[in-house]
Design a protein around this ligand. Structure first.
Ligand SMILES: Cc1cc2nc3c(=O)[nH]c(=O)nc-3n(C[C@H](O)[C@H](O)[C@H](O)COP(=O)(O)OP(=O)(O)OC[C@H]3O[C@@H](n4cnc5c(N)ncnc54)[C@H](O)[C@@H]3O)c2cc1C
Length: 293
């Protein structure tokens, strides 16, 4: 039986209390949100800590708020609340769909979006659509606030940019551009609750003619320690109309940028092939949806 080591338990009720605690004991503590990653790591003795700061009951850190600029999602918002948000399907459907792909419904009612981003698993479900949607991570400490693009918040397998006294407080996603669409796709080896072998999101923005590509952002997950934002795909298709030949080229370009490894979930070779297939399918889907947007 895996038994947790001894630690001090803190249950702040306000963000100010969390920031005070982090300023005092940040280096000797771990934050607990839904606990679906953290508790496993503690039980398996993969990590140890002297203090647990439970942030789950801090109301200021939860909730989905629409603004004139887009939407703000509190770090402690449950994955199930994102999956079930009808309002988010208007423009942010790729995130809603990805949320519904994370684990089981039981897991999703515990797990938070902030935990998913902060844990920095290379196959995490929400960082990839968030990056494609140009989301920004809002980071706070007693010293103030700073912001970072989601793709740069994650710097490696289970490594993020947070300092010891900092917390991720929310994600801010801008309003989607007109004539644009974002789609997410994921592949696992089994048709069951399964961590992704590869996932990907594509945002496509068209010119007013609704044919010429103005911008494209293709983001890949689980094919490197951190999300890969394609540079080759925009270089290939921006300024052009999509056709079958270009779609083939997009697949090859994405495969060339992926840096997959072989592990228990899939071989590097299989992952690279899936990258090509997802890149072709999602680019086409995003283009077609953007034409109708
Ligand atoms: C059975 C099962 C299936 C799963 N399937 C999937 C899956 O398919 N896809 C997937 O992506 N994940 C999956 N997970 C992993 C997990 O559920 C998610 O990563 C989840 O979103 C983590 O959120 P949490 O609130 O539980 O984080 P926690 O476990 O509470 O925290 C995770 C880490 O993030 C830190 N943290 C949490 N919140 C913050 C914050 N606001 N600021 C700074 N640091 C913070 C914690 O200190 C900890 O280091 C699965 C887990 C289980 C148990």
């Amino acid at each position: 039986m895996n038994i947790l080591s001894t630690f001090q338990y803190h249950a702040p009720k306000t963000k100010a209390e969390v920031l005070d605690l982090l300023s005092d004991i940040g280096g000797k503590s771990k934050m607990l949100a839904g606990g679906t990653d953290l508790i496993i790591m503690l039980k398996e003795k993969m990590i140890e800590t002297e203090n647990i700061i439970n942030i789950a009951d801090v109301k200021e850190l939860s909730g989905i708020k629409f603004t004139d600029e887009g939407v703000e999602i509190g770090a402690c918002t449950k994955i199930a609340d994102i999956e079930n948000s009808k309002e988010l399907t208007n423009g942010y459907n790729a995130l809603v769909y990805a949320a519904g792909q994370l684990g089981s419904y039981q897991v999703r009612t515990m797990a938070t979006i902030g935990g998913n981003i902060s844990h920095c698993s290379p196959c995490g479900e929400t960082p990839i659509p968030l990056a494609a949607l140009n989301a920004t991570a809002i980071i706070e400490s007693k010293k103030g606030e700073r912001t970072e693009k989601v793709e740069n918040f994650i710097i490696g397998n289970r490594v993020n940019i947070l300092e010891e006294d900092e917390i991720l407080t929310k994600l801010v996603i801008p309003k989607p551009a007109s004539n644009s669409a974002t789609v997410f796709g994921n592949i696992g080896l089994r048709n069951a609750m399964e961590i992704d072998a590869v996932n990907m999101a594509v945002t496509m923005e068209l010119e007013d003619d609704k044919k010429t590509i103005k911008n494209v952002k293709l983001v890949m997950g689980a094919v490197a320690p951190r999300p890969i934002v394609s540079e080759a795909v925009p270089a290939l298709i921006v300024g052009k109309e999509l056709n079958d030949e270009l779609i083939e080229e997009v697949g090859k370009a994405a495969m060339g940028e992926a840096k997959p490894i072989s592990d228990v979930r899939a071989s590097a070779e299989y992952r690279r092939d899936v990258v090509g297939a997802l890149a072709r399918r999602l680019t086409k889907e995003a283009y077609n949806l953007a034409m109708e947007a």
